[in-house]
Design a protein around this ligand. Structure first.
Ligand code: FAD
Length: 435
C-alpha cells in the first residue's frame, strides 16, 4: 500500500509526518527543488536573513499548534501583531474597518457614514444575500470603507474586480466587525487590535520560517529532493521523473499546483482539462532590501491600498525577528502582485523611491543588497467559477486515488496552519481508502 507524496512544502511534509505517525505502511516524498519548504524558504546573505516570501505562523486550532510545537520544540516566539495600513500619508492600525478614527477627516466621514447607512438599511429591510465579494463589502462595511480600502486593496492583491471574487475565502481573512467596534473607536478612540484571525503570531527564534519545514524533514525517513515529477499516468499509477526514473504508487498525494498536475497527468477527460486551464491565479515578485540603517517604526507589516505604491504590502522581517539583520541594520520586503517581468528593474527603482519617500530608508547608499524572488503561483483566485471547477477536478482525481491538497493542490487561499490541519485530517482517510 505505497503512498507517494509530491512536493515538500509544508503540506507535503505534514502529510508525510501524519502518515508516518498513524501507519507503518510506506510513503515516499519527492520534491523538485534541492531543499524542502516550497513557499516557506529562508535565504541568508552577508549577515542578513529573510524568508523568500515573508511568513509568520498563526494557529486557529490548538491541535495544530501542539503538532507544530511537538516537532519544532520550544523555538517558537509568540509576538503581538503590529499591522498597519498606509492611507493618505497616515498609518492606520489594522484592521482598517475598526480604526476609522485614525483616518483623515473627509475619509472618516465617508467611511462612518457608509457603515451606518449599511447598518441601518440592514436593520430596517433585512440583510440582502451578497452574490460576490464586492456586494458583500458594500452590504456589511458600506460604500466608504469599500471605496477607500476594500476595493482598491483587493483589486491590487487579486488583480480582478471585487465583483469577480466569490465569498468562500473571506472567513477568516477579512475581519468581520460589529457596530460597537466602529462606534467605540470613533467616539472613544478605543483600538481593536484583537479583531482578525492573527492578533498574535509565532515565529522561529532562529532559522527563519524554513526551520519549521526542516524540523518536519528531520523527522521523516523518505524524502527525495531534486525529483521533478514530469508525467503522472493515472491509469497505470506511475510517475515519471525528470531523471528518467519511473515509480509506481497505489495512492498519490499531490501538493503541486492543480493546473500543473492536470497538465502532467495522463488520463484526465478533456472537459476537466479545460476546467483546470480556466483556473486563475496571481504571481508574486518579492523584493527584499537589506539595509545598513535601522527602521523608523517597529511595525511588522503594512498594507498599501493606494495605486501610487506598486506593492500591496511591505513586511519588516527584522522587526519580526532580530536575528534577520546585523546590529544597526534592517530588512524590508516589498510584495508585488502580478508583476510585469520585463519591468523588474523599473519596479525595483520605484520601490526604492517609495521607501525613501516613506522615510523607511534615509539614503539610497544604505541599501546593501536587493534580492528578487519570483513566484509563478501566489494566490489562487477565488473567482465565481472556482468552487465548482475545483470540486469536479478533486472528485475526479480521487476516483483515481489521487488526493490533491495544500494551497495550490486544493486551489484555496490558505495558510501554513490550514495546510498542516488539512494534511492531518486527510491522512486517516487516505490510509483507510484501501485502494
Ligand atoms: C505572499 C504570501 C504570504 C504568505 N504569508 C503567510 C503567512 O504569513 N503565514 C501563513 O501561514 N501562510 C502564509 N502564506 C501561505 C503559505 O505560503 C502557504 O499556505 C503554504 O506555504 C502552502 O504550502 P504547500 O506545501 O501547500 O505549497 P508549496 O509551498 O507551494 O509547496 C509545494 C511544493 O511542491 C513542489 N512541486 C511543484 N511541482 C512539483 C513537481 N512537478 N514535482 C515535484 N515537486 C513539485 C514545489 O517545489 C513546492 O516545494 C503566504 C503566501 C503568500 C503567497
Amino acid at each position: 500500500m505505497h503512498t507517494v507524496i509530491l512536493g515538500a512544502g509544508i503540506s507535503g511534509l505534514s502529510a508525510a509526518y501524519a502518515l508516518q505517525e498513524i501507519s507503518s505502511r510506506g510513503y515516499t516524498l519527492y520534491e523538485q527543488a534541492p531543499t524542502v519548504g516550497g513557499l516557506c524558504r529562508t535565504q541568508q546573505m552577508a549577515g542578513y536573513k529573510f524568508d523568500t516570501v515573508s511568513h509568520v505562523l498563526h494557529f486557529r486550532s490548538e491541535e495544530t499548534r501542539d503538532i507544530v510545537q511537538r516537532i519544532v520544540g520550544e523555538d517558537l516566539v509568540r509576538t503581538e501583531r503590529s499591522a498597519w495600513i498606509y492611507f493618505q500619508r497616515n498609518y492606520v492600525p489594522y484592521p482598517f474597518q475598526t480604526h476609522l478614527n485614525a483616518l483623515p477627516s473627509a475619509a472618516k466621514i465617508d467611511c462612518l457614514n457608509g457603515f451606518l447607512k449599511a447598518w441601518i438599511r440592514r436593520k430596517i429591510a433585512g440583510a440582502r444575500e451578497p452574490q460576490n465579494f464586492g456586494e458583500w463589502v458594500a452590504e456589511y462595511f458600506g460604500e466608504g470603507i469599500a471605496h477607500h480600502f476594500m476595493r482598491p486593496y483587493n483589486r491590487k492583491l487579486w488583480g480582478v474586480e471585487p465583483e469577480d471574487l466569490s465569498l468562500d475565502w473571506i472567513r477568516p481573512f477579512v475581519p468581520q466587525i460589529h457596530l460597537r467596534h466602529v462606534v467605540s473607536n470613533v467616539l472613544s478612540r478605543q483600538n481593536h487590535p484583537e479583531v482578525g484571525y492573527n492578533p498574535w503570531f509565532f515565529y522561529p527564534a532562529s532559522g527563519g520560517i524554513q526551520s519549521v519545514c526542516e524540523a518536519f524533514q528531520s523527522r521523516l525517513q523518505e524524502v527525495h529532493l531534486d525529483h521533478e515529477a514530469l508525467e503522472i499516468d493515472l491509469d497505470q499509477k506511475t510517475i515519471l521523473f525528470r531523471s528518467g526514473e519511473r515509480v509506481a504508487y497505489q495512492r498519490l498525494i499531490s501538493t503541486m499546483p492543480l493546473p500543473s498536475l492536470v497538465r502532467r497527468a495522463k488520463g484526465i477527460p478533456e472537459e476537466l482539462q479545460n476546467e483546470a486551464r480556466s483556473l486563475r491565479w496571481t504571481s508574486l515578485l518579492s523584493l527584499t532590501f537589506c539595509i545598513r540603517s535601522p527602521l523608523p517604526q517597529p511595525y511588522h507589516w503594512v498594507y498599501f491600498p493606494e495605486a501610487d505604491f506598486p506593492f500591496f504590502r511591505l513586511v519588516l522581517p527584522s522587526n519580526i525577528s532580530p536575528e534577520m539583520a546585523p546590529k544597526g541594520g534592517a530588512v524590508i520586503a516589498a510584495e508585488i502582485s502580478n508583476p510585469d517581468a520585463s519591468k523588474a528593474n523599473e519596479l525595483e527603482d520605484q520601490v526604492l523611491a517609495c521607501l525613501l519617500r516613506l522615510g523607511w530608508i534615509k539614503n539610497a547608499q544604505d541599501v546593501v543588497h536587493i534580492v528578487r524572488n519570483s513566484f509563478p503561483y501566489a494566490y489562487p483566485v477565488h473567482d465565481l467559477k472556482r468552487g465548482g471547477r475545483v470540486r469536479r477536478l478533486l472528485q475526479f482525481l480521487q476516483t483515481k486515488h489521487v488526493w490533491s491538497i495544500g494551497r495550490f493542490g486544493a486551489w484555496r487561499y490558505s495558510s501554513m496552519d490550514d495546510a498542516i490541519t488539512e494534511a492531518f485530517n486527510i491522512a486517516p482517510s487516505i490510509i483507510a481508502s484501501g485502494s
